[in-house]
Structures are given as C-alpha cells and as structure tokens.
Write a protein that binds this ligand. Structure first.
Ligand SMILES: Cc1cc2nc3c(=O)[nH]c(=O)nc-3n(C[C@H](O)[C@H](O)[C@H](O)COP(=O)(O)OP(=O)(O)OC[C@H]3O[C@@H](n4cnc5c(N)ncnc54)[C@H](O)[C@@H]3O)c2cc1C
Length: 464
C-alpha cells in the first residue's frame, strides 16, 4: 500500500487546524475501531487496521475541501459517527483518512414532525430536542447515547420503537439524505422517496451524508417494566400477545432466557434466580392495564420505573438489542451473537434450539413491526408483528458455530451474517442501484474501500 502523502497531511492540517487532525497515539487507534471485537471471526481480520490520520471537520465546506484533497491524492476516506457499529463498518481496511463527523452535529430544525440535522448529531440529543417540541424518535438503537444520525443510517438497522415503526428502512421514516460526493469538485446530492434505498445503510461507501431529514412520531410518555417467570412458555405467550395487542402502545419488547438476566449486573436486585424475563416500555396511561394483565397470567412484575423526559438513565433499553450481547460478553467473553428472524412457528423453532443446544445457545428475542401501518390502532392486525432476536452463542470453534447456524437455517430460522464487514446483500436490482450510485459519487473507489465487495473498483486491493 502506498505511504500516506506528506503533502496531504500538511494540507489537512492547514485546512482543519492541528487540533482537529489526529496523527498518532491511542486516540488514532481508538478512532480507527468500533465494536468489531464482538465477532470472533472479525477480530483476527481487523485487529491491526488503523487510519493514517483522523480528521474532524467542523463545517460542510471543510469537509468538501477535505474530500477534494483526498480525491486528488488518491487516498481512502472512511466516515465515522459514534463508532458503535458491530461489523467494523467504520474501520479503515486500507488506512487513509477517517472522517470523524462528531463536530458536524447541528440540529437545524424540528418542524412538522421532521428533524433536519447534520450527521454527527447524537440520537439521544435529537430525542431531547424533539421531545421539547412535542415529538419523539420513531426508532433508535440501544446505543443512542453515543450513536449518531449518520452512523444509524450508514450502518444501523433499527431498535427501540421498532415494535411500532419497524426499522430504519421501513415505511417513510427517512425523508431525505443529502451527501457530498468524493470528486475533484465534490457535488451536493439530495435523495428522497424511492431513490433513498440506494444510499441508505451503505457503510459510508457512497459519499458522506451531510444532512438527514427524519420523520418523528408524536411524543408519548413511557414506563419501563420487567416481567419475570420460571416458565418460559407462559412468559412467551403473554409477551407475544401483549406485542400483538394493537390497543397497547409500546416502544420495545424483549425476552431473555435464563441465565441471560443474571448477566445484567446493574439490575441484580430486580432479577429473580432461575427466571426468564421480558422487558416492555408501555405508554404510561396503559401501564396499569398491562401490569394487571401480566399478573393475571401469573407473571411477577420485578421492575417498574418511568422513562424520564428529557431522557435520563436508568434506561431498560441499555439491556436490549446488542446491549444484551455486551452484558453477556462481560460475564463470559466466549459469548457471541447472531441476528435471527423466526417464522409463524416461532415457538417450535425456539424450543428446538433451546433443547438441542442447552447452555450453548441462549434465546434473546425482540419483537418488531413487519407492517408499521397495521401495528397499532384501529387497523391493527396481529400478523403485523414479527418475532426476531439476537440469540447468544457460546463460541468454541468456527466449525461448531457454522454447524449451529446451518441447523437453525434448516428449521427455517433466518440467520443474518453478523460476522463479516462486507455490505449486507440485497436484491439484484438493489445491488445494481448501489453500483450505479457508487460509480456516480465515488468514481475512484476511495470511499471505505473493501466494504462494498461486489463493486469491482478497489484501487487499494489492486495495488496490494
Ligand atoms: C452495545 C451495542 C448495541 C447496539 N444496538 C443496536 C440497536 O439496537 N440497533 C441497531 O441498529 N444497531 C445497534 N448497534 C450497532 C450500532 O450501535 C448502531 O448501528 C449505530 O446506529 C451506529 O451509529 P454510530 O454513530 O456509532 O455509527 P458508526 O459505527 O460510527 O458508523 C456506522 C457506519 O456508518 C457510516 N457513517 C457514519 N457517518 C456517516 C456519514 N456521515 N455518511 C456516510 N456514512 C457514515 C460509517 O462509515 C459506518 O460504515 C449496537 C451496537 C452495540 C455495540
């Protein structure tokens, strides 16, 4: 790989100021990484990846000049938000410049149920500003304290709120994306409507987003409630029915097989030995009915606290989605995870996995809206909701891991590959649209090279 050009280093220093160009030390190493170490497969592939420099532009014009300079020098450019991705999405495989977007964090407006903001705005900050104006995020990752708007739409999937609104690509949640191209004279391009599917979730390979418009929901007040039972099926039946009850508005529903709850150390006094647990965030005026229904079904309410407005910890969501994996790994680093989607026969699929791999596969479920238009309210339909999750797997060898995934697939569990840094596969039409976009916005193939592996142009791979 060619060495980093000294002329570019000087140019970036002059452009951004030395304090906004990180050229070495621990900070350079930290800002070159994300949570890729969740994956035993990714660790050996990515452990040594480092940026040559990390640049922190504070204005769009600085970013434009930076992109033009990198284009001219033929140097790789990798955008970074909060660095909380799990697949090495923001890690520079071929070095070059990591563009840290944290100073591009202005929230321009919250108007008519739409937030317009720069990519570095953190999601919890957007929620705080939105709530003050009577709105809330439709969905957010459990990492919302650190994760940014650009990172969520560049590499995320969904999360809290998904049981009502689906993931980031569902419905009309994203209104527009504006990005800068990587060219001699970077252009500003705006995408909306059907054109949004190409630039969404491309791991920073198709330009740098500089502004996002995202639709919000009218704000509600929520409680955070945990339900406990030694009987897995009883808990699953109740949680599933509660999720499909369109009269109850809720922001999250997760269920954890024992001993997962024992990994949640900060909740220790609310966790009952040998009992499985469900977490719910019901709308506050409906909490009493939700709790009464659970108690009538024989469940114990082991935790019940309001979600504060503006948002402040404790957050029960700190234990959901991929936070569950984090707590498990803190207890036993041998745990890793997979992304799973279950079918209409989810009870049988789950029981099958629990019985076949006791102690080796631990079930963690999340409910999500397959059809947000029918998830709540008068048009609600139970089949608008699907059951997925992030089961934990105690990792021993690659062979054993693959064997477990092959078995899960053989019983028709959808298993997403969470152990590659390559862009998630899409339909042939989707791939063609991605390639067309890449050709247009990144003609030299400099943007986060190696991640869009289906794209033939990677000048760094050719050179090495
Ligand atoms: C404990 C834990 C829990 C998690 N829970 C969830 C969850 O509930 N839901 C979920 O979806 N994910 C989850 N994740 C993954 C991750 O937190 C989210 O996807 C998050 O939205 C990423 O945001 P970020 O700002 O950290 O992005 P980063 O990791 O910094 O970047 C993600 C991708 O976006 C690209 N990118 C960043 N900024 C831009 C930009 N301006 N223009 C173009 N591309 C850009 C980067 O190049 C990278 O490819 C979790 C991860 C962890 C470690």
């Amino acid at each position: 790989m060619p060495s980093f050009p000294e002329s570019l280093r000087s140019e970036l220093r002059a452009l951004l100021g030395a304090e906004n160009l990180i050229e070495g030390g621990e900070t350079l190493a930290t800002l070159s990484k994300d949570y890729y170490w969740y994956s035993p497969a990714l660790r050996p592939q990515l452990d040594d990846k480092r940026a040559d420099v990390v640049a922190k532009p504070g204005a769009v014009d600085e970013l434009r000049a930076l992109l033009a300079a990198c284009f001219k020098a033929g140097v790789a450019v990798t955008p970074r938000g909060g660095g909380t991705g799990n697949y090495g999405q923001c890690m520079p495989i071929y070095g070059g410049v990591v563009v840290d977007c944290s100073r591009l964090d202005r929230i321009h407006s919250v108007e008519g149920g739409v937030v317009r903001a720069e990519p570095g705005a953190r999601l919890i900050t957007i929620e705080t500003v939105a709530r003050a104006a009577g709105w809330e995020l439709r969905c957010y990752p459990s990492t919302w304290v650190k994760a940014t708007l650009g990172g969520f739409f560049g590499g995320g999937a969904g999360g809290i709120g998904g049981v009502r609104w689906g993931g980031i690509a569902s419905g009309d949640t994203v209104k527009s994306i504006t990005l800068l191209t990587c060219e001699a004279e970077p252009r500003t391009l705006r995408y909306e409507g059907a054109a949004l599917s190409a630039p969404l979730r491309t791991f920073g390979t198709t330009g740098i987003m500089i502004e996002i418009e995202m639709r919000l929901a009218p704000k509600l007040d929520y409680d955070q409630v945990a339900f406990s039972s030694p009987d897995w099926d009883k808990l699953l039946d109740w949680t599933d029915a509660a999720m499909r009850n369109g009269a109850w508005r809720k922001r999250v529903a997760s269920q954890f097989q024992w001993p997962i709850p024992s990994f949640f150390k900060p909740l220790k006094k609310h966790i009952r030995e040998n009992e499985h647990v469900s977490f719910l965030m019901p709308e506050r005026s409906e909490t009493a009915a939700v709790v009464a229904s659970a108690e009538a079904a024989g469940l114990i309410v082991s935790y019940n606290r309001p979600l504060s407005d503006p948002p402040k910890p404790p957050f029960l969501s700190d234990f959901t989605y991929n936070h569950t994996t984090l707590w498990a790994m803190k207890t036993d680093p041998a745990f890793t995870y997979v992304q799973a989607g279950f079918g209409d026969n989810f009870r049988a699929q789950i029981t099958d996995l629990m019985t076949r791999y006791p102690g080796e596969v631990l079930i963690h479920l999340e409910w999500g809206a397959r059809d947000p238009d029918r998830a709540v309210g008068p048009n609600a339909s139970p089949d608008a909701i699907g059951v997925g999750g992030i089961p934990l797997i105690r990792y021993t060898t690659a062979g054993r891991f693959d064997e477990i995934l092959a078995y899960a697939r053989s019983i028709n569990v959808y298993v997403g590959n969470t152990h590659t840094y390559h862009l998630t596969a899409t339909t042939p039409e989707g791939t063609a649209a991605r390639h067309a976009l890449k050709h247009d916005v990144d003609p030299r193939g400099l943007m986060n090279p190696g991640k869009m592996h289906t794209f033939p142009l990677n000048p760094f791979a050719v050179a090495s």
